[in-house]
Design a protein around this ligand. Sequence first.
Ligand code: AR6
Length: 174
Amino acid sequence: MIPGIEVIEGDITQQSVEAIVNAANTSLLGGGGVDGAIHRAAGSGLLDECRRLNGCKTGEAKITKGYNLPAKWVIHTVGPVWQDGNQGEDDLLASCYRRCLELAEQYEIRTIAFPGISTGIYRFPLQRATKIAVTEAKTFLERHPLVQVIFVCFSRQSYDCYLAVVKEILGEEG
Ligand code: AR6
């Protein structure tokens, strides 16, 4: 596999990568969107482990096993709820990506798949969130060139947005 950034359209629960990222809430006890899909696919072992984590702050991340998922690990992070863009949303979202990538480093994870954290129920504007995601991945990959970051897009619209942003930030090789 070529190291770097990859953009695909698909369902993150089906990705055969070492870690998938969950866009969770501060309780870590499940919810809708990608969180619900991950818990359904992983099975009840995931919820049992999450219950022991005592939640997670916005902008932070915690790791669990993947249970019935193809992925060995799930990294749970809590994105900011979009308000008006002046409540620290950008920094909190960047922190989510950084914390997830730090955990990947700590657990020697070489392939990590991200959904568009905060871009669903939490209403963060897609293009603004995508620029943050790609910028943080780029910064991390400059120091960790063997890691593969996969952005898993759940719609054609988000796939097109990621492709355009990757091209803008990384150039044609993205
Ligand atoms: N695979 C990949 N991406 C997905 C999938 C999937 N199976 N399902 C949804 N998405 P959201 P948030 C995309 O709402 O905005 C939960 O209730 C989706 O299209 O899942 O961070 C939590 O418990 C969107 O682009 O997460 C929190 O309460 C992105 O994943 C709250 O939602 C994130 O959408 C978190 O809201």
